[in-house]
Write a protein of this length. Structure first.
Length: 209
């Protein structure tokens, strides 16, 4: 079966997820000192900690721990993948997506990104059904126009492209045409989502807050 594996490899090398994970972890660690603060009952200001005049909520230490573990598991997957151990890389990422984690946007984004990477790895191995399950699991993590949803839709497009190639090789022309149409639809939806992200950020003066 033909598989757009080269495209998947290039896609993963240009992934933004690592940057997001690093920034999220760095920001969380930088403000972790507020985790033991108490909030003044009269004005809501933080007291008994550095930056006592701040009204920012304390950072959940569990969130920092989750982000650190996620980064370690991505590194582990990188090492295994670079040595040709794709099943081992998949196993590392499977541990990540079942980690117990607090409710937080950062967690949702990291899990969505991990599912996208899992789908890419499974696609390279020809496991289209497994890749499809990961895409759907990732999409369930993120709603609305975000980079992560757009990236998952892009992976879905590559998945359907690979499915179309396999069906064509099997002489199933009609099913192949349907898969190609779905691939185009998913890729178009990915573009639409990312355009929304770009427009939102630029409308906000380039700040993604």
């Amino acid at each position: 079966m033909n598989c757009p594996c080269t495209k998947v490899g290039v896609l993963r090398r240009t992934r933004r997820g690592w940057l997001v994970l690093a920034l999220a972890l760095g920001a969380a660690v930088a403000t972790l000192g507020t985790a033991g603060c108490r909030r003044d009952a009269t004005d809501g200001a933080m007291a008994g900690c550095p930056g006592a005049g701040s009204t920012a909520p304390p950072v959940d230490e569990a969130l920092v721990a989750f982000l650190s573990a996620a980064r370690a598991l991505h590194h582990e997957a990188d090492i295994r993948e670079s040595s040709g151990d794709t099943p081992g890389a998949i196993a590392s990422l499977e541990r990540l997506v079942v980690l117990r984690a607090p409710k937080a946007v950062e967690v949702e984004e990291v899990l969505a990104d991990a599912h996208a990477r899992l789908a890419e790895l499974r696609l390279e191995r020809g496991d289209l059904e497994g890749a499809a399950r990961d895409v759907q699991s990732g999409l369930a993590q993120v709603e609305g126009p975000t980079y992560f949803r757009g990236h998952l839709l892009e992976v879905e497009g590559l998945l359907e492209e690979a499915r179309a190639a396999g069906l064509a090789d099997a002489g199933k022309a009609q099913e192949a045409a349907q898969a190609r149409a779905k691939a185009v639809s998913s890729l178009e939806e990915a573009v639409h989502v990312q355009e929304q992200v770009i427009n939102h950020v630029l409308a906000d003066g380039g700040r993604n807050e």
